[in-house]
Design a protein around this ligand. Structure first.
Ligand SMILES: [Zn+2]
Length: 125
């Protein structure tokens, strides 16, 4: 399993031999040779044995979510959403997905809250 740089703008796929892992006060990590981002590592080896380093699973990848409320002529608000999913490979983000009108709400906060919960459901799948 190669390592993948967690910097979303980089996402370099690195063979184990390409990275030098180091143990710092905060734990194991490596620095990406492409962008120099610090990447956290976890030692899953047996205690006292040689270190077996893996990248921790990120339960929430760094997707970009932009939820907004667009004022309508009648004083209500349309919930709008833009989502860019972070990819697990180099190439940064997937194509942006957009929703111009997820629903119409009486106030802007409700519209934004609706767009955010829609995004949460979408990215769970
Ligand atoms: Zn990197």
């Amino acid at each position: 399993m190669p390592f993948i740089c967690e910097n979303v703008e980089c996402r370099a796929v690195l063979a184990r031999g390409q990275v030098r892992s180091s143990q710092e006060d905060a734990g194991w990590c490596f620095y990406c040779p492409d962008c120099n981002a610090r990447n956290e590592l976890k030692d899953v080896g047996i205690p006292g044995g040689p270190a077996q380093l893996v990248q921790p699973d990120r339960s929430v990848p760094p997707h970009k979510i932009v939820a907004t409320a667009r004022p309508l002529e009648d004083g209500r608000y349309a919930a709008q959403l833009r989502v860019q999913r972070a990819l697990a490979v180099k190439g940064t983000y997937a194509v942006e997905e957009r929703w111009e009108q997820l629903g119409v709400f009486l106030n802007a906060q409700e519209a934004v809250a609706h767009a955010n919960s829609f995004a949460a459901d979408l990215l769970k799948a």
